[in-house]
Design a protein around this ligand. Structure first.
Ligand code: FAD
Ligand code: PYC
Length: 416
């Protein structure tokens, strides 16, 4: 990490950014790489970083049609947790959680990972049964979790309306203390800088427009900056994955939906944990800047516009005000949307494809930010070895033929 003297800091603070050191190079694309990663979001950048660092595969390019992190990675609400129901997903998200716990040190970049805990509220007897079951399953998998009653929830969040007057009274919650939030763009920038330092070429404004496929094997890509060869390609394009699969000549069981979020004006510290309610249908945390970070479900229609709609905003704020009446006079500052790719079983796809050498990492839907380190780590191992890593293997597209689906609709939470 670059060190500045006190004088250097003052000079740079007043310099309007002239002569600031670039965090990564802006290389000209080579004609050939060993591995191409399509998509410069967190998952693609993490994949490139671990490929270079852990597998010694350094002749790697990340091709990003826009700017690094400009997809869902820098548009999400940054909730990180690993309290998923089934063994396969618990293993994947907990692998990620452990990497989160050492990430700032590993990539030498402060990703502001804050383990402030996540509450998933229960409002009905069935919610509480599901919570009990999920927490039991989590504990069997060595994942921290507790079932709280109404009083336990109120102690953690005194400003939540836990009264019996509430339309959906709070009967309790699952509580994962190691869960929390992180700074999303720092995650993209941190992985980008670390990958670049390992020799990875980060190619922005480079859009993949087609694949070079011969005899059932991939040989490279067509881009708006010319053709680039590679015999191993990882496609990590989130909401656009269906479009890329079509270019490669197959279909994936994905739907692309807008998912939006909004932030309020900054407030003094008032909420020091994350609260999610599937039933009332909203979730909220407070950023270190003080804004309330708010979201809810996907927009019901399919689309590729990185924008949302008024009805979802209104519905989301109704839910938040219902749970936190004291926020009714807070003003909203900004709203935005991303495009998420949802799978029928609310689990991702990490898989080989019908085209040899072409792998897909997608279908994270509304919940992939938390998986960024783990997904990159196991996907890199899969690309390096040509075989899916054991943690990734259950998420193959074969499950849609075999029927071995992993239904995580319950744990996927509010946004589904
Ligand atoms: P992205 O960051 O979307 O990266 C994919 C990249 O591929 C994009 O940059 C795109 O430009 C690029 N690309 C696409 N097509 C091409 C092409 N043809 N050529 C080159 N590049 C291409 N998850 C959580 O865990 N917790 C949350 O709290 C949470 N909240 C969310 C809130 C919102 C509003 C949204 C939208 C999502 C949320 N998510 C959350 C989901 C999470 O953001 C995503 O699952 C995750 O960021 C996906 O990361 P990625 O790197 O796969 O995709
Ligand atoms: O997966 O925890 C999650 C989440 C929260 C908001 C959007 N996704």
């Amino acid at each position: 990490m670059q060190r500045y003297s006190g004088f250097g800091l003052v000079k740079h603070a007043l310099s309007h950014h002239e002569n600031w050191e670039r965090q990564w190079r802006n290389p000209t694309p080579k004609k050939q790489y060993d591995v191409i990663i399509i998509g410069g979001g967190g998952h693609g950048l993490a994949t490139a970083y671990y490929l270079a660092k852990e597998h010694g595969v350094k002749n790697v390019a990340v091709l990003e049609k826009g700017w690094l992190g400009g997809g869902n990675t820098a548009r999400n609400t940054t909730i990180v947790r690993s309290n998923y129901l089934w063994d396969e997903s618990a293993a994947l998200y907990e692998h990620s959680m452990k990497l989160w716990e050492g990430l700032s040190r590993d990539i030498n970049y402060n990703v502001m990972f804050s383990q402030r805990g996540v509450l998933n509220l229960g409002h009905t007897l069935q919610d509480m049964r599901d919570i009990q079951r999920r927490v039991n399953a989590n504990r069997l998998n060595g994942i921290d979790g507790e079932v709280l009653d109404t009083r336990g929830v109120q102690e953690i969040v005194p400003i939540l309306d836990c009264s019996t007057r509430a339309r959906y009274p709070v009967l309790g919650a699952s509580w994962q203390p190691r869960a929390g939030v992180a700074r999303h763009d720092a995650v993209a920038w941190g992985y980008a800088r670390a990958a670049d330092a390992q020799g990875v070429d980060l190619l922005q404004n480079t859009e993949v427009t087609g694949f070079k496929i011969r005899d059932g094997r991939v040989h490279g890509v067509h881009t708006n900056r010319g053709d680039i060869e590679a015999s191993t390609i990882g496609c990590v394009t989130a909401g656009n994955s269906g479009v890329l699969a079509k270019m490669a000549g197959f279909r994936l069981p994905l739907e692309s939906h807008p998912l939006q979020a909004l932030v309020s004006e900054p407030l003094k510290p008032i909420l020091d944990t994350v609260v999610m309610s599937n039933q009332v249908h909203g979730y909220i945390s407070q950023s270190d800047k003080g804004d309330l970070v708010i979201g809810a479900g996907i927009d019901g229609y399919n689309g590729y516009g990185q924008r949302g709609s008024y009805p979802t905003v209104e519905h989301t704020l109704q839910a938040i005000v219902e749970m936190f009446p004291m926020f009714s006079r807070v003003r909203m500052n900004r709203q935005w949307g991303g495009i998420v790719d949802t799978c029928p079983d609310a689990c991702p796809i990490l898989s080989k494809t019908p085209v040899k050498g072409l792998f897909f990492n997608c279908g994270w839907g509304t919940g992939g930010f938390k998986a960024t380190p783990g997904s990159g780590h196991v996907f890199a191992a899969s690309l390096a070895k040509g075989e899916m890593h054991p943690i990734a293997a259950p998420f193959s597209i074969d499950r849609f033929h075999s029927g071995a689906l992993i239904d995580e609709h319950g744990a996927a939470g509010v946004a589904h």
